[in-house]
Design a protein around this ligand. Sequence first.
Ligand code: FES
Length: 357
Amino acid sequence: MAEVTLTIDGQRVTVPEGITVLEAARRAGIFIPTLCQDDRLSPWGGCRLCVVEIKGMRGLPASCVTAVAEGMVVETASPAVIEARKEILSLLLANHPQDCLTCSKSGDCRLQDYAYLYGVRGDEYQGERHNYPLEEDNPFFIRDMNKCILCGKCVRACAEVQGRSAIDFAYRGFNTRVTPPLDVTLREAGDCVFCGNCVQVCPVGALTEKQRLWQGREWEFKKVRSICSYCGVGCNITLYVKDGRVVKVTGYENPEVNNGWLCVKGRFGFDYIHSSERLTRPLIRTGERGSGQFREASWEEALDLVAEKLREIKEKHGPESLGVLCSAKCTNEENYLLQKLARGVLGTNNVDHCARL
Ligand code: FES
């Protein structure tokens, strides 16, 4: 692959042709703030926070949508660049609720981080502010469009990753807003599958998981890397744990598997972990089917009973009357053993797997 050499903040950098100035800076260990950029989504260039100064170019180009060129001379933190970033942050904060004290995103908010980094207090401009009602009518997350900074990451994630295009920009100028068609709620519009990938990419507090509300501050959570147990894909996840309880799940950015993206079950369906109805011991039915009457048993007793019943059925109706349903919640090895049991012991090829459901 052809390479180009450029200078970034006085440092000579040789990178592949075609990558952006932002990427080249990152490879050189140079920080440039971003709000709307995400390597996994198409380039947007909307927030302008990543502006840099490039010798010979007019204005301050956005580094996330400007390709490197041979001999380019880039300044990522010149006085003009810093001034522009401060101005952008001041304008964003001019119409942003100043409720970091109670905002769930506090501690994990890019806007908050950058305001602190550049010393922008948010009181530079006084003017009209939005007062949109919260959208809370779905079971999974809250949309607070007063906090939306119009970075468009949710719009692109929905269209490019989930393939739903359930939301887009509507209206113009100051009234521009991300919304489903006809300005109804996500639930009313019906296109959203509530994967929550929009929630994960949101850099501010505009989208918040309901389950994590008032469960703790972001810095109090212990992050535990794990694997989703719902299906055979094996999506990598991060569990957010406080006081021994999982309060939030996000996708872990492992490009080999799910690259951070999740489905509705993997992201929001973790309440079973702490459910009081969760089975922790085998139960043997004592009453009629449907009576709901069970008694606790040991694994030995339960497995003996199952073996006895299977033998009975096989003798009475033949092995073809038996079938085995494996589970994606088991390991590959466990599923392999189960099909061996089906074929080798029960004598049936009726084997299926819940990951196909
Ligand atoms: Fe480059 Fe938003 S990060 S324009």
